[in-house]
Design a protein around this ligand. Structure first.
Ligand SMILES: *Cc1c(COP(=O)(O)O)cnc(C)c1O
Length: 400
């Protein structure tokens, strides 16, 4: 089936694009959305069609693993939003991170990762990449153009995540990209926090931009999915690497991700507003030592965030003043609106105790508990009240 997917019709305001991209109602009897398309075998009705299907230039591929209408609609939508050349889906965000790295590196290459990169990405680099004879090092997320002291002639990939996991350092992506491109390397970025709406990775020198679509794109905590978008320079390597490793995603999850995309901009505005309300409300609270949110003016990454980002999302860090374990336990017991759980980006708020983050070349130390907060779509006042009441219960009430 040849799809004629809508491109963004007007100038490309995200609200408008999101309502129109990746649709072809004529191909599906007028239905607004691309329905769930199940299929592995794709039949050709003659030899010529079969041969044409196998051409790399053919947008509809020869086999379900290379895509179907759900895959195409989602990949083209994300590529357009990111402003890249093309995108490819993965069964999880982590698979998008690991496959992007594998697609680019050879034995003997040198790879640098931000010291506050997502933990499982760090683990993958230290185990699998190192085992393949790739030299893995980390860089201080705040070093900007000074990364030139760590970049070498064989530096193949510099992997950014901005702001970083758990501690939210903003990286100077253009300055880093300039150095990396100077030695012919690739800049890969985990762009999950900002989404394409709040950070345009390719305008800042990134070659591959990754989304854990599990988070804001799916947006409802009901599917796992990843997607990586490449510029022209990185696209063939990324696509060939993903195909070689057999990476693909199922149509139900893709359907949910496309559905999620339609409301991404309205949801993000509410996540942003709620997180800022919480962050400002908790600044200066007697039980709070530090709020790690790049949109706060006194955050060390604020100037870079303001220069490069179009908004902030719902995820930020919080360091509490030192407290007994029993007090922390009471805090979580009293939270009613925040769940304790992994992942984020869904409609529901989360608060997660994350322990001391693992760092190799930079330092982050907190005397009290470090929490990762995800502000969901609830009412902002309700969220702040719930949080401060739980803090009060932890600090001020005697044990029940
Ligand atoms: C969750 C997350 C991932 C991994 O995504 P999954 O879909 O859970 O595999 C990657 N990067 C960041 C920054 C994340 O928060």
């Amino acid at each position: 089936m040849q799809l004629h997917l809508d491109q963004s019709p007007l100038s490309g305001h995200a609200d408008t694009s999101l309502a129109h991209i990746g649709r072809d109602s004529q191909a599906f009897g007028g239905l607004v959305n691309v329905p769930v398309c199940r299929g592995s075998t794709i039949l050709s009705h003659n030899l010529e069609q079969w041969e044409a299907r196998k051409l790399p230039s053919n947008p509809m591929a020869s086999y379900g693993r290379f895509g179907n209408p759900n895959t195409r609609a989602f990949e083209e939508s994300v590529a357009q939003l990111e402003g890249g050349h093309a995108a490819i889906v993965f069964p999880s965000g982590l698979a998008a991170c690991t496959t992007s790295l594998l697609a680019l590196v050879r034995t003997g290459d040198h790879v640098l990762l931000s010291d506050s990169v997502y933990g499982p990405t760090r683990q993958f680099a230290l185990s699998v990449l190192a085992r393949m004879g790739v030299e893995v090092e980390f860089f201080d997320p705040c070093l900007g153009g000074n990364i030139r002291h760590q970049v070498r002639s064989n530096t193949r990939v510099v992997f950014l995540e901005s702001p970083g996991s758990m501690t939210f350092e903003v990286q100077d992506t253009p300055a880093i990209a300039e150095v990396v491109h100077g030695v012919g390397g690739f800049v890969v970025m985990d762009n999950t926090w900002a989404t394409p709406l709040y950070f345009q990775a390719f305008e800042h020198g990134v070659d591959i931009s990754i989304q854990s679509a599990t988070k804001y794109i799916v947006g409802h905590s009901d599917a796992l999915l990843g997607v990586a978008t490449a510029n022209r320079r990185a696209w063939d390597l990324l696509r060939d690497g993903a195909h070689a490793l057999g990476q693909t995603a199922g149509p139900d999850d893709l359907f949910l991700a496309l559905r999620g995309l339609r409301t991404l901009s309205v949801r993000l505005r509410q996540h942003e507003k709620n997180a800022l309300h919480l962050a400002h409300g908790l600044l200066g609270h007697p039980a709070v030592a530090q709020v790690l949110h790049p949109a706060l003016p006194d955050n060390p990454g604020h100037a870079l965030w303001k220069r490069d980002f179009k908004g902030s999302s719902g995820l930020f860090g919080l360091v509490l003043k030192p407290m007994e374990r029993e007090q922390l336990s009471r805090f979580f017991l009293h939270l009613r609106l925040f769940g304790i759980g992994l992942s984020w980006g869904g409609f529901e708020s989360l608060a997660l105790p994350v322990g001391q983050p693992v760092r190799s070349v930079s330092t982050f130390s907190a005397e009290g508990p470090l929490l990762r907060i995800h502000a969901g779509l609830e009412n902002a006042e309700d969220l702040l009240l719930d949080f401060t009441e739980a803090l009060h219960a932890a600090c001020c009430r005697s044990p029940a």
